[in-house]
Design a protein around this ligand. Structure first.
Ligand SMILES: [Zn+2]
Ligand SMILES: [Zn+2]
Length: 92
């Protein structure tokens, strides 16, 4: 017992990817692996916003799609206001 569950968990982790990149504008998140970092889109497929995959301060990667601060150095990874709330002016 336990071995199958371990395998399943590992399999799921592999499917999703170890790391996360996200859009600074709309919060779109994409998981990726070490070897597929080069395949990340340069711009968000949803809004063409900037995709961030590394901390701007220390170059650390993120493992959580909901990270707001860098796990390594605490730097702000994205403005908290962009969290799932598209900034749209009413009446346009
Ligand atoms: Zn976006
Ligand atoms: Zn950092």
């Amino acid at each position: 017992m336990g071995k199958a569950a371990d395998w399943l968990r590992e399999e799921r982790r592999k499917t999703l990817g170890d790391w996360v990149a996200f859009c600074l504008k709309c919060g779109f998140a994409q998981r990726y692996f070490d070897e597929s970092e080069g395949e990340l889109p340069a711009a968000c497929p949803q809004c063409q916003g900037e995709i961030r995959s590394r901390c701007p301060a220390c170059d650390a990667r993120f493992s959580s799609a909901f990270a707001v601060d860098c796990e390594a150095c605490g730097a702000e990874l994205r403005p908290p206001i962009a969290f799932g709330t598209p900034i749209r002016k009413p009446g346009r």
